[in-house]
Design a protein around this ligand. Structure first.
Ligand code: AMP
Length: 217
């Protein structure tokens, strides 16, 4: 099972990718998480990527594809992977097809999580994350503990708003998505791999819809 999640930032890709990763016992590969990790460790890659990320722009295609190629060759990904946040451009999708072909694999399905723009703006601007364990909170639906201690990893003072979840950057990220990433739906539809999911339902209903549609492939 080599799967891809498409959808606006904040559409729930990460949450659903985690569920699927657990049930299929394959890794969730979030290029955003890999890049944020590099930024926090201040590696060469992180220093380079940070300026794009903070502006809400995309990191160059070759950098991201290089990361993905390295990651999918690790042993935990030999039976499959779930790409969350990649590809984000047609060029990345073409390169991804080529690199999977080189490794004698191919994408099984592409799950497109459909959520209204206004809804993701609200979700993203009220999102908070723990920088230690990556637990995601939402100020409205799942607020962080008032103690400031993360309920998952018990660390204090680690729950923050991502720089790129601030309102102006969110607007930019959604524009970038519409211009650069949305055309991927057609790209994968033509390959017969696109599965469209209503991402505005409850988390559990989204999960059930994905599971039942994947069973049919
Ligand atoms: P995400 O957590 O997936 O929303 O990603 C956060 C940021 O990381 C994006 O706004 C981009 O700057 C960068 N990024 C993540 N994945 C990619 C990708 N596939 N291509 C280019 N940039 C990416």
């Amino acid at each position: 099972m080599d799967l891809i999640f498409l959808g606006y930032p904040g559409s729930g890709k990460g949450t659903q990718a985690k569920f699927l990763a657990e049930s299929y016992n394959i890794p969730q590969i979030s290029t955003g998480d890999i890049l944020r990790d590099a930024v926090s460790k201040q590696t060469q890659l992180g220093i380079e990527a940070k300026k794009y990320m903070n502006a809400g722009d995309l990191v160059p295609d070759d950098v991201v594809i290089g990361l993905v190629e390295e990651r999918i060759q690790q042993s935990d990904a030999k039976n499959g992977f779930i790409l969350d946040g990649c590809p984000r451009t047609i060029a990345q999708a073409i390169e991804l097809d080529a690199l999977l072909h080189k490794h004698m694999r191919s994408i099984s399905a592409v799950i497109s999580l459909e959520v209204l723009k206004q809804d993701v703006i609200e979700r993203l601007t009220s999102r908070r994350i723990c920088t230690n364990c990556r637990r995601v909170y939402n100020l409205v639906s799942d607020p962080p503990p008032s103690t400031g201690i993360c309920s998952q990893c018990n660390k204090a003072g680690t729950i923050v708003q991502r720089k790129d979840d601030e309102a102006e950057t969110v607007e930019r990220r959604l524009t970038v998505y519409n211009i650069q990433t949305l055309p991927l739906k057609d790209f994968y539809k033509k390959q017969g791999k696109l599965i469209v999911i209503n991402g505005s339902q409850s988390i559990q209903d989204v999960r059930d819809e994905i599971t039942s549609k994947l069973k049919k492939i």
